[in-house]
Design a protein around this ligand. Sequence first.
Ligand code: G4P
Length: 286
Amino acid sequence: MVIQWYPGHMAKAKREVTEQLKKVDVVFELVDARIPYSSRNPMIDEVIQQKPRVVILNKKDMANLKELEKWESFFKEQGYYPVAIDAKHGKGLKQVEQTAIKATREKFEKEKQKGLKPRAIRAMIVGIPNVGKSTLINKLANKSIAKTGNTPGVTKQQQWIKVGNSLQLLDTPGILWPKFEDQLVGKKLSVTGAIKDSIVHLDEVAIYALDFMKSYDYEGLIQHYKIDVSKDADNITWFDAIGRRRGLLRRGNEIDYEAVIDLLIHEVRNAKIGTYTFDVISEMDV
Ligand code: G4P
């Protein structure tokens, strides 16, 4: 989904999500497990405030599981309820319901003490584009629900979807904007496909991805491309080796660098080379 975000747009999205939040007991903040920090909306705490929060780290199938555990601990320390899932293949869905129960236990205990009748937990999904909100809603609903279209915020006509025995989910997610300011975050959003029409140059994204793999998965990288390039060889040497191996050549036997860049980004984005979490917690200022 391609959304152009403007200040007016962003204010509207924030207002709409804030309004919808009044209807729910718990928020599902959906992030990409490959960039659990960089794929968050920059104002998310201001939007969600004190409402119980389940942080859903989606696309677990494409992430580094060790690093993911660290992020789960991080979110727990912040007082949230993290759960890592793979919405596309329907993995971890039960845990979403169970985690929602945990996150709202205190609230429902209080309601019970006041003599209120037990009722279903109401939840809504919030997140930046392309983290898998529609995929998750469809999986939880167990049927296909029309995508909300390219409207930031939330659309008006909403319904509750019954999930399991104890949960009701709004069928339209809250769509908020990604972080724009930081160049590195931009590269991470691009390399994971959160931003497809890149605001960052694709050659820079490919170089970022290459550098990341050289540091964290050198063996995997050279094995995947069946090339023999030393770790500290310059980027052109790497691009040349990959291009030659894959036959990405122009007339005159020259390397087609654009094709190499496209290939690298495509293969990293779809976890063809390895499963990576680009937000390395020990290297981040969080
Ligand atoms: P959004 O509503 O938050 O904007 O995201 P959406 O559900 O449209 O998902 C964006 C892309 O991410 C989709 O791929 C979707 O299939 C994929 N996706 C969602 N959850 C997961 C997951 O847990 N694992 C993996 N591997 N992928 C996931 P697409 O290429 O845009 O579409 P399609 O090829 O699936 O049709």
